[in-house]
Design a protein around this ligand. Structure first.
Ligand code: 5AD
Length: 344
């Protein structure tokens, strides 16, 4: 049994070298035992980078005037869904900056309905930030299956250092949204960034316990990667090195896998910014979901949450994983086993 007390998590998060490899191996085995032997895929379409939030870490924050803002046409999003279907990715994630308006609610509702009609086998995952209960209900009714709302940090002090102090940025509100999504019946996803300035192992341990407590079905874990056009760039010198951030991210993935062995864990794209083999390493430490970017090429550079490395070819990662002996779950929706177990 894995001890997921706070102190044991802190100790596990702090392991390095050979001990860290043992932790990852244990998590990898737990993934195989409790979440199946397949790696699931998600097509990702970043349909808009327009955002009302001003998070200090994020490259598409409202105040970054250097970003060219875009919103894809309905047909472009549907073309991405068609590609996800054709490539048998099993699911599609519709992600955007946070905008709350009747127009966005309708736009997304229509797209979900159309995807469900044209590609009934595709699972639809939403990642569109904090919305009203009514909007969440509308999208669920339209056919959405899952919602990803990363908490980034569940620690009030750290949250306050990462966000403006105003009504539009409230940890409490974000947590309420997670509760609402869970109650409505979405497969619930959350996540954090690892390697933030001021973030300690104790804070990450609390985040993991927070995830257990709100009973998530899936999560996305990626390293924080500094972006030059954001306020947090001023804290660049205080950050862990890329290698240290990578190890801490992998330890976090492993601890989540061992604490909640039947949840889906996605290897966040920001892993590749630290190491070209970042996602493969995440799989070796317990992750079981890979995102495939389907955002039209001309808009991709505009969805720069962090400084992106040269985009590694998605095809490569899948054949790399297959070389390592992994089986890719083509054509499968990949509902989290945790969610399936909850329904029993
Ligand atoms: N580094 C890594 N991930 C980031 N995100 C935003 N900014 C960064 C960054 N600088 C991630 C967060 C957020 C999502 C939109 O992108 O997890 O929830």
């Amino acid at each position: 049994m894995f001890d997921s007390s706070k102190q044991a998590l802190i100790d596990a998060l702090s392991t390095r070298h050979g001990k860290a490899h043992q932790l990852w191996q244990r998590a990898y085995n737990a993934r195989k035992e409790f979440s199946g032997d397949k790696i699931y895929l998600r097509g990702l379409v970043e349909f808009s980078n327009i955002c009302a939030k001003d998070c200090y870490y994020c490259g598409i924050r409202k105040s970054n005037t250097l970003v060219q803002r875009y919103k894809l046409e309905r047909e472009q999003v549907l073309a991405a869904a068609a590609e996800a279907d054709r490539r048998k990715l099993g699911s599609i994630t519709l992600q955007s900056g946070e905008v709350c308006s009747g127009e966005i609610t309708d736009f997304v509702e229509d797209i979900i309905k159309t995807i469900k009609k044209d590609f009934p086998d595709l699972r639809v995952v939403l990642s569109c930030g904090e919305q009203s209960k009514e909007t969440y209900k509308t999208w669920l009714k339209a056919g959405a299956n899952r919602y990803l709302l990363k908490i980034e940090t569940s620690n009030q002090h750290l949250y306050a250092k990462l966000h403006p102090d105003d009504n539009n940025h409230s940890l409490k509100h974000r947590i309420n949204c997670l509760h609402t999504l869970g109650e409505l019946g979405y497969q619930l996803g959350s996540g954090i960034m690892v390697g933030l300035p001021w973030q300690t192992s104790a804070i990450i341990a609390e985040d993991i316990l927070f995830f257990k407590n709100i009973n998530i079905d899936m999560c996305g874990i990626g390293p924080f990667v500094e972006h030059a056009e954001t306020p947090l760039y001023n804290n660049k010198e205080e950050l862990l090195s890329y290698d240290e951030r990578l190890v801490l991210t992998l330890n976090t993935i492993a601890c989540i896998r061992l604490s909640m062995p039947d949840v889906n864990i996605a290897a966040a794209t920001s892993l590749d910014a630290l190491n070209p083999k970042g996602k493969e390493l995440a799989v070796s430490a317990g992750a079981n979901v890979i995102m495939i970017n389907l955002t039209p090429g001309e808009e991709r550079p505009n969805y720069a949450l962090y400084q992106r490395p040269q985009e590694s070819l998605d095809k490569d990662i899948l054949s790399e994983l297959q070389k390592y002996g992994e089986t890719i779950a083509y054509g499968q929706g990949g509902d989290s086993k945790h969610f399936q177990n909850k329904q029993k």
